[in-house]
Design a binder for this molecule. Structure first.
Ligand code: ADE
Length: 238
């Protein structure tokens, strides 16, 4: 899988080189390229934004540096034998990023993430590249961040751990909150050693060795937790 990320703060994406995603990069399972949008400007101030047409506060990112940068990425991906990437534009006004979206991203061969700052990127960029890329505008939640970078860290990590071979034990996806095998519910409580810790005991059923009973108990706990925190996920099954 190839991932290109464009930002005016390329250092913001450095944490991707740590931990699980970092290991996947080292192993060659993920080919990560981070680009500085300012390298595609031509004035001495390396300007990437201007005032919005129609007035209003804030600044809008200029389309031309984006076009030059995305065209250079498209060329480089083509030379790498890839075609038609998915262009992800993280925006608070986008479609909600969910575990299903993460699973879908994990199946792709090539993704480009365009991190906007300020009020966002001139909307013509998404329209202009819609023929050469599959464009997805995605939001990670109902709140507004200062830019797309933090959202991209979230989306790349959520997708990367689902790429076959990236996570040590693929079965650990099965109990994940939101996973299909968990009926889309939240994961219940989890425990490790010691059995007794500061006066608190592990639920005895987990020590029983009765796998069916443990599975049942986990299902029950998962349903209870979902009813408490996210009744919307029960979909009328309550
Ligand atoms: N950029 C700013 N806020 C965002 C959000 N909630 N999701 C994705 N990108 C964003």
């Amino acid at each position: 899988m190839r991932i290109d990320i464009v930002s005016v703060f390329p250092e913001y994406l450095e944490p991707l080189r740590l931990s699980l995603v970092g290991k996947a990069i080292e192993r060659g399972q993920i080919d990560l390229h981070v680009h500085d949008l300012r390298d595609f400007t031509s004035d001495k101030h390396r300007t990437v934004d201007d005032a919005p047409f129609g007035g209003g506060p804030g600044m809008v990112m200029l389309p031309e540096p984006w076009a030059l940068c995305l065209e250079s990425i498209l060329e480089s991906g083509k030379a790498d034998g890839r075609s038609k990437p998915t262009l992800v534009i993280p925006v608070p006004s986008g479609r909600q990023f969910t575990q299903r979206q993460a699973e879908d991203l994990a199946s792709l061969d090539w993704m480009i993430f365009a991190c906007g700052r300020y009020e966002g990127i001139d909307s013509r960029v998404a329209d202009y590249f819609a023929e050469r890329c599959e464009v997805r505008e995605l939001s990670i939640g109902d709140y507004v961040l200062a830019g797309g970078e933090a959202a991209v860290l979230v989306m790349v990590e959520a997708a990367a751990r689902l790429v076959p071979g990236v996570l040590g034990n693929p079965e650990s996806h099965n109990d994940d909150s939101f996973s299909e095998s968990n009926e889309g519910f939240l994961e219940g409580p989890i425990y490790t050693r010691p059995e007794q810790w500061r006066g608190l005991a592990v639920p005895p059923i987990l020590l029983s060795g009765d796998h069916a009973a443990v599975a049942n108990w986990r299902k029950e706990q998962s349903r209870e937790r979902t009813a408490k925190y996210r009744p919307d996920l029960l979909g009328g099954q309550e």
